[in-house]
Design a protein around this ligand. Structure first.
Ligand code: MN
Length: 239
């Protein structure tokens, strides 16, 4: 049996090829799996459950169907779809997964997170994260008219793209000390996250013992990536 992990699909109505690629993965592979974890940024952005992204109706229906006939799909919020709410989860049948969460992966306690909270060198992003995590900020945003929220999301996406271009890539990666702190705090030696789009398995030493950090890849029109974990171990599968 297999447990799948994916992240950073960044789905939206304007990228139908990636959506189709993910639908194929759901229908051919995920449906026969034990479990499927989506570790954040399934959607390019999310401005509230009352305004689901248009053009993804087939995906919403497929999530519902897989949850009914296949493995449970657990979804963690990312830094782009942090407003996925109760109504989305109820309608899709997906289960919300708190960040961070520790799961038992074949006997190994494994810490799951989206990954942006580990990028502590990016002070600007950590401030954005702190602001938007505030329930008062969220309810004020969700109370605004849909057109206004759409305009804000559009501006934020443009701002995030321009900010990323100006930042050294090291700042956009995880901070190794933060990784070590999180592992110690949660008593794990294995972690899986996304966000940085730097697909890799990093083996390193933590306090004199082996530890592992697995980074999920992002999805493109011509290539998707899932981490497949079985009793034999974990490996990336192109989808
Ligand atoms: Mn992200």
């Amino acid at each position: 049996m297999v447990t799948f992990f994916v992240a950073d699909l960044h789905l939206h109505g304007g990228a139908p090829a990636i959506t189709q690629r993910f639908l194929t993965f759901l229908r051919r592979q995920a449906v026969r799996a034990d479990r499927l974890y989506i570790l954040g940024d399934l959607f390019e952005y999310w401005i509230g459950d009352d305004a689901p992204l248009p053009g993804l109706e087939e995906l919403y229906a497929e999530l519902r169907r897989i949850n009914a006939v296949g493995p449970p799909i657990r979804i963690m919020h990312g830094n782009r779809d942090f407003l996925l709410g109760d109504s989305f989860f109820r309608q899709s049948g997906c289960e919300p997964l708190a960040e961070p969460s520790v799961i038992d992966l074949g006997g190994e306690p494994t810490l799951l997170c989206h990954g942006d909270a580990l990028c502590t060198d990016d002070v600007e992003h950590q401030q954005f994260r702190q602001t938007t995590a505030d329930p008062a900020w969220q309810s004020a945003f969700l109370a605004r008219p849909i057109a206004e929220r759409q305009a804000t999301a559009k501006a934020l996406r443009a701002y995030s793209r321009s900010g990323e271009q100006g930042k050294p890539t090291a700042i956009m990666d995880v901070n190794q000390e933060t990784v070590a702190e999180w592992m110690r705090r949660h008593g794990v030696r294995q972690m899986i996250h996304g966000h940085t789009h730097r697909e890799a398995i990093h083996d390193f030493e933590l306090d004199g013992r082996p530890a592992r950090r697995i980074v999920l890849g992002d999805w493109h029109a011509d290539r998707g990536s899932a981490l497949a974990c079985t009793a034999q171990g974990c490996q990336f599968r192109a989808c």
